[in-house]
Design a protein around this ligand. Sequence first.
Ligand SMILES: *[C@@H]1O[C@H](CO)[C@@H](O)[C@H](O)[C@H]1NC(C)=O
Ligand SMILES: *[C@@H]1O[C@H](CO)[C@@H](O)[C@H](O)[C@H]1NC(C)=O
Ligand SMILES: *[C@@H]1O[C@H](CO)[C@@H](O)[C@H](O)[C@H]1NC(C)=O
Ligand SMILES: *[C@@H]1O[C@H](CO)[C@@H](O)[C@H](O)[C@H]1NC(C)=O
Length: 362
Amino acid sequence: MVVLFLILSSVLSLQGALGSGRELKRVCYFTNWSNKVQVVEARFHIKDINPALCTHLIFAFARINTDSFRLNPTEVDDDNGSLTNKAGRYFDFTDLKKKNPKLVTLLSVGGASLSDAFIAVVSSPTLIRLFATNCVVYLRDRKFDGLDIDWEFPGRTLKDQFTELIRALREGFEREAFEQGRPRLLLTIAAGVGEEALQSYNITQVVGYVDFVNLMAYDFHGAWNGITAFSGPLYSRLSNYQFSPFLSQNWAVQHWLNESGFPEKLVLGVSLTGLSFTLEDPERNGVGAPIIDKGYAGPLKMIPGHLAYPEICQMLQNGATRVWDGEQKVNYAYKDNQWVGFEDRDSIKIKTQYALDMGLGE
Ligand SMILES: *[C@@H]1O[C@H](CO)[C@@H](O)[C@H](O)[C@H]1NC(C)=O
Ligand SMILES: *[C@@H]1O[C@H](CO)[C@@H](O)[C@H](O)[C@H]1NC(C)=O
Ligand SMILES: *[C@@H]1O[C@H](CO)[C@@H](O)[C@H](O)[C@H]1NC(C)=O
Ligand SMILES: *[C@@H]1O[C@H](CO)[C@@H](O)[C@H](O)[C@H]1NC(C)=O
């Protein structure tokens, strides 16, 4: 997140410089583990968030209690369960609006490790409605402005149930807004873009019910491919037969756009984690070079295969060679047998210009 904010400043200034007169949505996720990384100086807390840089802030993730079909916090310090004596990170998070009244805060439910509970929710129309009603209460009690559904992934078999869930939530939010005479809660989804994940959505219908879609336009590649590649390339690598033409942000946006026809409801997701690899041969260090494993863990986040921006800066200071890839519009750097692809101000500017050109996320 720290890095995201640095880079977001360049998005802000770029929008200004382009004089487009449009304000793109700047949707930022705060992850529940960002203040728990091992190295104390690398921890990022809610108090570190600059509430002026993002238009929308999303807290990731809450879980679903499959006994009560209510939302539940994932960590004890997210929410201490007392509404008379409110305490916890959810409350600190929505309190950021005191510093920026235009800020919109949402709670994201699900994520890669907590999505199975959705299967129980969509098992009957009654449970779907119960969940929707419970969500309204939970969000209002904690002063969230909306809900982000991050189900990874319904798959082809639960595609219609997913649509039903989204439709019921939207109806529940509308009903409450009407009955209480207050602004409706927002509804968004975090959506996959890979060929398999795409089977999960009737895009035309789902886009109709949500306020916007956060395209998870990253994790296109990983160590499983056996070659060096970027997590979130803007364009497909058509020059190399080892790469699928369907794996890029541009392809994903075109696909969602073709099916939905609402560019303004699409938000292009950018991950600022650098995807790193251990090269088989240090002399073969381009894009598509053979690898033997993920990259070594960095000194701050200590996660093999993932480097945070400060860890990449350190690698560059230690003499890594930096290269700009003109075809896919991403940077990479290598030193000895270590290789990392990463975003910087230049790649983010190009993505921002792309979002403006395509009419996304207004
Ligand atoms: C954060 O949420 C995830 C689920 O997305 C959960 O597995 C994890 O235990 C939570 N806490 C931390 C510190 O990672
Ligand atoms: C919640 O936190 C408040 C403030 O720290 C405290 O007064 C209250 O006792 C806590 N309630 C529960 C149920 O833990
Ligand atoms: C999406 O739903 C609409 C309306 O029910 C239907 O006509 C269309 O065939 C569906 N599309 C897909 C790709 O399932
Ligand atoms: C989008 O639609 C155009 C025009 O029908 C088509 O040429 C293109 O292949 C489609 N792209 C994707 C990614 O679906």
